[in-house]
Design a protein around this ligand. Sequence first.
Ligand code: TMP
Ligand code: MG
Length: 211
Amino acid sequence: NGGGKGGRGALIVLEGLDRSGKSSQCARLLSFLQGKGCATEGWRFPDRDTSVGKMISAYLANESQLDDRTIHLLFSANRWEKRSLMESKLLGGTTLVVDRYSYSGVAFSAAKGLDIGWCKAPEVGLLAPDLVIYLDVQPEKAAERGGYGGERYERVEFQKSVAGHYHSLRDSTWKVVDGSLPMETVEEQLRELAMNCISECQDKQLTNLAW
Ligand code: TMP
Ligand code: MG
């Protein structure tokens, strides 16, 4: 791992609107950390490979309809079904770079009008990230990027509301990075944030989301 002291891995989460550049930056960060010899895996939520994930994927593709609370709980269940594996990876010294997490769960459902407290409740007890990097892009700019509009939530007005809810979730573990900067600049900032986080959390205990 990063410092070679045999400490735990870091739980690093990237958040942001659809088409904010999270997936590309996760891939770049992952190969950078692996190149440094740091045990790292790239994860993402929703994890569409599980049976719950397949239900989520069909919903996002508008191939199925689900009640707002039902889909919220499925997104949460999709994190819960991965919790123990995440924990053992982290305790075994592997850093996880995760594309979306509980903050997506709360921000997107709250943007539909669901009560924030109700949205947070099923997330309590999942692993707390050591670092949340929010890639900040204007909803209008994100909409200009390729592939936009293919899935259910990719509408500018809705994304504006999501952005507002993300804003209200920011806490001390968050770092906001300007996602409209050139890719290489964003990449450089993420590398530094991640390296600092990995070395700082080695001796820190893994905790749960408390909300
Ligand atoms: P993705 O494009 O990163 O695969 O995410 C799919 C969509 O699902 C995206 O619009 C964000 C949304 N989402 C939620 O509504 N709740 C969640 O818990 C997660 C992880 C994603
Ligand atoms: Mg998407």
